[in-house]
Design a protein around this ligand. Structure first.
Ligand code: ZN
Length: 111
């Protein structure tokens, strides 16, 4: 049975149920981000988000690949904030960047 996954894409219910409610593509993007952090460290992920923010600032270069994942990522880092108190500063930095990515879209909806 196909359902709307949390990210807004169509996916088999049986797949989404065991992968945080995400579709295959978004789950693989999410896994990619975690691997990036594991392989290259926290700074690499911070740089990744920083470059995303810069990308969003130029309207002609808007990428859509992680837009739909942001809610999930915010939830993920909010949980980490509680789970890993020693990483608090890093996790807060990540949340701050994710909120910055979300903000432009909130402004759009106010227009
Ligand atoms: Zn998706």
């Amino acid at each position: 049975m196909m359902i709307d996954a949390r990210c807004g894409h169509l996916e088999e219910k049986i797949y989404a149920d065991v992968h945080n409610g995400l579709c295959r593509k978004c789950h693989s993007n999410f896994t990619f981000l975690l691997e990036l952090e594991q392989k290259y460290g926290e700074d690499a992920l911070i740089e990744y988000w920083y470059s995303k923010i810069l990308t969003y600032l130029s309207p002609e270069k808007k990428e859509q690949d992680v837009n739909c994942l942001i809610d999930h990522l915010i939830e993920f880092y909010q949980e980490n904030l509680i789970k890993y108190p020693s990483k608090k500063n890093y996790t807060k930095k990540m949340l701050y960047m994710l909120y910055s990515l979300q903000e432009p879209f909130d402004i759009e909806t106010l227009k």
